[in-house]
Design a protein around this ligand. Structure first.
Ligand code: MF3
Ligand code: CO
Length: 248
């Protein structure tokens, strides 16, 4: 069952997602050579608390941190630790928060220092793919119109779309129906309606879309070791078109 949110709920979802956006902006500034991923997690935690929110990932299915931080060939769900960021790395920062019982969730992938041209292209195409999906988030469209738009943009640029993880509805739960694959034929799935709130999150690999999970039970990496990027926004469907809740 897909829950539609009231205007009041959407206003709170906007607030929780604005905190997510603010924290991501601050984390991005701090993604410099030498900082550890644990230091970034601690910064995220401080900022989330300072903004009167609760970290949503910590404790979710026993996930141990507030931040998911995934470097280079890591796709999503990387766990913060002693690893130091290096010049040339690309870093996916993904955070979720809860405010007044309603969740915010978004992710960006950022460069550390100077990155190679292919990585630059990967970040650009992945973010553009997210916006191609958002453009289809109109009342009356079908869910898979979003999926198809994302896949088409990514494959046009000769990258691949991860199949093993999907976007999701968001609201009183971090993950709600519907699941939103980042690939598929257009014209399928539920019709989008005013009040639905969707977290769209394409994950894009330079090489093949095959995934492997590390021994920590969380970190998803590309099977072929190629680099991967991830961008996510939480978006409300309104009768005036998509409203990106997690954009500052
Ligand atoms: N943003 C991701 C998602 O929406 C990460 C959540 S996994 C967690 O699925 F365990 F870290 F919470
Ligand atoms: Co998400």
């Amino acid at each position: 069952m897909i829950f539609c949110k009231s205007p009041k709920e959407i206003e709170i979802l906007r607030k929780s997602n604005q905190v997510v956006a603010l924290v991501l902006k601050e984390l991005k500034k701090n993604c410099q050579p030498g900082i550890t991923t644990l230091e970034l997690d601690q910064l995220a935690d401080r900022l989330i608390n300072k903004n009167h929110c609760i970290p949503a990932f910590k404790g979710y299915r026993n996930y141990p941190a507030s931040l998911c931080i995934s470097v280079n060939e890591e796709i999503v769900h990387g766990i913060p630790g002693e690893r130091k960021l290096k010049n040339g790395d690309i870093v996916s920062l993904d955070i979720g928060v809860k405010l007044d019982g309603l969740y915010g969730d978004a992710a960006i992938t950022v460069p550390v220092g100077k990155i190679d041209p292919e990585s630059q292209k990967l970040l650009q195409v992945t973010e553009e793919a997210l916006y191609k999906g958002i453009e289809k988030a109109h009342a009356g469209n079908r869910l898979s119109d979003i999926s198809h738009a994302i896949q088409t943009w990514v494959e046009k640029h000769h990258f691949s779309v991860v199949r093993d993880f999907v976007g999701h509805g968001i609201g009183k739960n971090l993950h709600e129906e519907p699941q939103i694959p980042n690939f598929g034929k257009p014209g399928f799935g539920p019709r989008l309606r005013e009040g639905m709130v969707l977290a769209l999150e394409p994950m894009v690999n330079v090489g093949t879309y095959a995934v492997r999970i590390l021994r920590d039970g969380w970190t998803a990496v590309t099977a072929d070791g190629s680099r991967s990027a991830h961008f996510e926004h939480s978006v409300a469907i309104t009768n005036n078109g998509p409203l990106i809740l997690s954009e500052l």
